[in-house]
Design a protein around this ligand. Structure first.
Ligand SMILES: [Zn+2]
Length: 287
């Protein structure tokens, strides 16, 4: 009995990675919340921070001892970092070779996605897009259409880390569960259209996120990592014509249609770096 108790109470570290986007946060519906020029952006940063803190609390309820949070929306500087507990590490700004899950590795036990949205090929979902709403019309890995949750789950899966919980609108949550597997889902709003939702209040959403993240982290050992088999074939469809034309000048890139290119990566990490390059590089970048 004493032995069993001491085993149960053992201090094995439990590391949780929390990737936070903004489109799937309760209350967020338009550009008015999503960027520094929006009239409600300052409030939306608080809502996003609140859901991230709720996820941390849920992970801790389930025994998490170490937490890394990535600010993975827009400029990557949305989370109010002074509101976070002092033992949490926060990943900020871009570019990052592993994009929305920068810093994840095989020492983590579980990954959690907060504030996520549906993919660009989904006909419903609030602010549905994949990586770039301005530039990309489709992203496929090995022939399977991907939301951001899928790409990020595949990077986590490369390191053997399962995604145990996701929050967002009903469309984002069910899309991710259908693709990735039976993770916990916190539905904080019901999508009505691209720019409308029936939303929970921030307080109610935070309670739900905390519950679901706790439940997910508690059963992390029984959730399978999502693995996209290497080598990984990336098919990217642009909204415009010129990106595919110019990228095909590179010998590592194949043009597949007027608007689409293919890149064959050794693994998902190589694909992630390629995606980050394609979506960030501009010749006039400074410094
Ligand atoms: Zn975003």
């Amino acid at each position: 009995m004493v032995l069993a108790l001491s085993t149960a109470g053992s201090q094995r570290p439990l590391k949780v990675y929390i990737s936070v986007d903004m489109e799937g946060i309760a209350g967020v519906v338009t550009a008015d919340q999503l960027g520094p020029t929006g009239f409600e952006y300052a409030r939306a940063r608080e809502f996003m921070t609140g859901e991230a803190l709720a996820a941390i609390a849920g992970a801790r309820d389930a025994g998490a001892t170490q937490i890394v949070v990535s600010d993975s929306h827009g400029n990557g500087q949305n989370l109010l970092i002074d509101k976070f507990p002092p033992d949490v590490t926060i990943i900020r700004s871009w570019p990052r070779p592993l994009m929305m899950v920068q810093g994840i590795d095989s020492t983590f036990d579980a990954a959690v996605f907060i504030g996520y949205h549906a993919s660009t090929t989904n006909p419903v979902g609030v602010r549905a897009h994949t990586i770039s709403s301005a530039n990309l019309a489709a992203v496929e890995l090995n022939g399977v259409s991907m939301p951001e949750a899928g790409i990020n789950a595949a990077i986590a899966g490369h390191f053997g880390v399962p995604v145990v919980a996701i929050s967002g609108d009903n469309v984002a949550v069910s899309e991710a569960q259908a693709l990735i597997g039976a993770m916990e889902g916190a539905v904080v709003k019901q999508a009505i259209s691209f720019h409308a939702a029936a939303t929970m209040t921030p307080e109610a959403a935070q309670q739900l996120v905390r519950q679901k993240v706790k439940a997910g982290v508690q059963r992390h050992a029984s959730i399978r990592p999502y693995v996209v088999r290497a080598p990984v074939r990336l098919d990217l469809t642009f909204k415009n014509y010129t990106p595919s034309e110019m990228l095909s000048y590179l010998p590592i890139v194949q043009r597949t249609t007027s608007h689409a290119i293919r890149f064959n990566g050794r693994d998902i990490l190589e694909v992630s770096r390629f995606l980050e390059f394609v979506n960030t590089y501009q010749p006039g970048m400074t410094p």
